[in-house]
Design a protein around this ligand. Sequence first.
Ligand code: FES
Length: 158
Amino acid sequence: MQKKTEDILKKHGYKRTSIIQVMTDIQAEYNYLPRENLEYVGRRLKVPLSKIYSVATFYAAFSLKPRGKHLITVCSGTACFVRGVDNVLQRIEDRLGIKSGDTTPDNMFTLETVNCLGACALAPIIVVDGEYHGQTTVQKVDTILDKYQQETPAETVH
Ligand code: FES
């Protein structure tokens, strides 16, 4: 039995209509949706796994791949591109040794790009754990990453 997943199901009354809340809680626990947990939910709620996966892929907030402790989102929309976000992205990729869409081996960072964060006036913009950093430069990236990289590596969560 998966104790944590079972607790989450119990909290939501084992209701199929609460599946999104169940998945949200699982993601909050693991930072992504592990396949074995989704299989467990499917068995317990008698919902086909294919249906659970279609929910997981429909909502951008859900991730089926492991995510790091910190999520870095880089805007690659037009305004940010024009103002040099590609240099910023390159710097982040070089420092972390990963490409957009990947997670560092120590599980500290996940890097992703999006089309427009809706704050074009602040271009180029990156978001770290929900915190917006506008008019980002390569130097600013160094300052931001220096701060986060002083932390001890995240434990691997499974
Ligand atoms: S293009 Fe980057 S915030 Fe709009």
